[in-house]
Write a protein that binds this ligand. Sequence first.
Ligand SMILES: NC(=O)c1ccc[n+]([C@@H]2O[C@H](COP(=O)([O-])OP(=O)(O)OC[C@H]3O[C@@H](n4cnc5c(N)ncnc54)[C@H](OP(=O)(O)O)[C@@H]3O)[C@@H](O)[C@H]2O)c1
Length: 271
Amino acid sequence: MKTVADRVALVTGASRGIGPFIAKTLAAQGCTVVGVARNREGLDETVGEITQAGGKAFAVQGDLADLANLPAVLEAVESAAGSPIDFLINNAGVEFYRRYTDYTAQELASVLTLNLHVPLELTRLLLPKLLARGRGHIVSVASLAGKKGVLYNGPYSASKAGVLLWTDALRQEVAGTGVGVSVVVPGYIRDAGMFHGDDVSPPKFLGTSSPQDVADAVVQAIKHDRQEIIVNPGPMRPMLALGQLSPALANRLVDWMGVNRTNAARRRDPK
Ligand SMILES: NC(=O)c1ccc[n+]([C@@H]2O[C@H](COP(=O)([O-])OP(=O)(O)OC[C@H]3O[C@@H](n4cnc5c(N)ncnc54)[C@H](OP(=O)(O)O)[C@@H]3O)[C@@H](O)[C@H]2O)c1
């Protein structure tokens, strides 16, 4: 089992939603956490809660979508923590619900950049150092929407499917090096985060999980070097397997469960 205590974790998107839960859970295990996001107040709140609970945390404010700035972000994180990064948690993400023809070029770019290119680029920059030290872990937060394309959210599904397959490939590449690569795959998350913020009921039968469930999955992925953890109360793996056997049946099932209705309620049309 890998140790989490006395390690340094960079958590992207630690200013709101699920990120603060991941940051607090890693810190409670003795990890020094550095949160990165654009909103200073949100980051400071996360850091304050961790510090008050006796943990160690720092904030680095930055726009991750500015890919050219990522080397400087990593430097700032290591300088704040006072030691090299051991764990990279790719959590920051964005989504839009639109008819595909209503997406702007900028929205497409922001989804693909933040959700896919940023994790890949941060890892490209960090991985040589992890490999040289023979330890470390990269955990990315994908989504069930990356396992099955869902209505009005195609670019997000594409970005998360990319994260899933990239993790799959990279994990095989670094096997035996001491560096782990994992992906956590949440379904609908209640109480905090992008779904909670939309104030829409989840589809029947799918159920919801808590942001703490996602944070616990991140820690489990590191400790037990798990390739992929699905965070959802339903029988997801058999349903996904069925979808592989018959995509048409999966479409009918998803519609019957009410995913399309939920996504239609989340759709925002251009003004
Ligand atoms: N909530 C769910 O139901 C759900 C389900 C499946 C998967 N997920 C995944 O879980 C992860 C966390 O989602 P969430 O629900 O917590 O979302 P959220 O509440 O919208 O939070 C998104 C986080 O990403 C940060 N972020 C956005 N744009 C950024 C940028 N350009 N640079 C730096 N940080 C940026 C935000 O901080 P700033 O705005 O301060 O920059 C915020 O901390 C995402 O990858 C999401 O796709 C969520």
